[in-house]
Structures are given as C-alpha cells and as structure tokens.
Design a protein. Structure first.
Length: 199
C-alpha cells in the first residue's frame, strides 16, 4: 500500500496508529517512510504514475525492512543525503520502539493501545475491567511512557524540519483527528481484537 500525505510527520503518524491498532500479531505491518518537498498537492498526485525521489526513498526503506525478515523493525526512514544524521537518529529511536513493543505482554499491549488512543488510563481501566492502579502498573512495565515519548519526539523532529522549510506544520490536528476517529469506533474494534472476545 502506498500512502502519500501533506506534512512531514503525517505518514509516520498514520503508520504509528495503524501499528498500535493492528490485530494480527503474527503478521505485523512495516512501513518504509520518507518526507520532503514536492511540486503538487498530495491529493493531486496519481500514485500509479508518480515518479519522485521521495517515492524511491520510501520504497528502498520498505525493501530494507522486507529483507530483514522475521523480527524486523516496523518503521524505517530513508531520506536525502543531507539528512543522513536525521535518518540515523530517527531509525535508531524506531529500533528502540520496536524492542519495547516486542517485549510487551498481551495485556501491556492492550493497555498501551487504549492509553495511546484515549490518552487516559482510567478509560483503559474501564474498558478492560481493571483497576486504575493495575492499568498504571501495566503501562509502566510495558514501557508505555517511553513509547509515548518516542512518538512525540519523532513527530516533533519532523514538524521542526517542516516548519523550517515552510513555516508551517499541522501534525497536532492530524493526530487529534486520528484519535477522535479511533475513539468513536474503538469499542467495536477492541471487542473484535484477535483473542479478545471476552473483553
């Protein structure tokens, strides 16, 4: 699948929430990512015929993840040469993210998913029929705070780079919109998660 959007952090933000809500643990998604300037609005591009260095960079990152096989990280950025240091740091953070997520128990994954969607541990406690202190414990043990920090820092870096290029960035609005959409459908979605018929 190819996803093109406006905003340097928008594709990463969409991929992040997709990965957080993914229900097939044995077949996790992976995302080759890039960002930069194009001459057209994203809505006007024909992905079937569009040829651009950004598309090539994202495909190369995706192919690299594919070659890694089982246990691969979920995200990889490939950027233009002058942003190599940024690419290295982003990918290092995302490798750490992968390790933290991989080490979570099933309950820790559920807790992190709900807290990431609702931004409230009490809501997660209610949905999982657990006490707030139990949810807090699982969130901490599952490195939820670190995962939240990584997401915020990656989007902040991408927003900062975009702001320097265009004096604009709109990732906060996109993230709020994604969370809002997930919140409106999460009860249905969460009850249908693989192996969660009782939740």
């Amino acid at each position: 699948m190819i996803f093109i959007s406006e905003g340097y952090a928008s594709a990463y933000a969409a991929a992040h929430f997709l990965s957080v809500c993914w229900t097939k643990a044995e077949h996790p998604p992976y995302f080759g990512l890039s960002f930069g300037e194009v001459d057209s609005r994203a809505a006007d591009l024909n992905v079937e015929t569009w040829i651009h260095p950004l598309m090539k960079q994202a495909r190369e990152a995706n192919d690299e993840l594919k070659r890694e096989g089982a246990g691969k990280a979920q995200f990889a950025f490939r950027l233009r040469d002058d942003l190599y240091e940024t690419q290295l740091l982003l990918n290092s953070l995302l490798e750490v993210r992968h390790t933290l997520v991989k080490d979570q128990t099933d309950l820790q994954k559920k807790v992190y998913t709900l807290v990431e969607i609702y931004r409230q541990q009490r809501k997660a406690a209610s949905m999982l029929s657990k006490s707030p202190s139990t949810i807090s414990s699982h969130f901490k043990k599952g490195k939820g705070e670190e995962l939240v920090m990584i997401f915020k820092n990656v989007t902040a870096v991408l927003d900062s780079i975009e702001h320097k290029a265009f004096d604009d960035s709109s990732t906060d609005k996109l993230i709020t919109s994604i969370r809002s959409s997930l919140q409106s459908s999460s009860s249905d979605w969460f009850s249908k998660r693989e192996g969660d018929e009782s939740v």
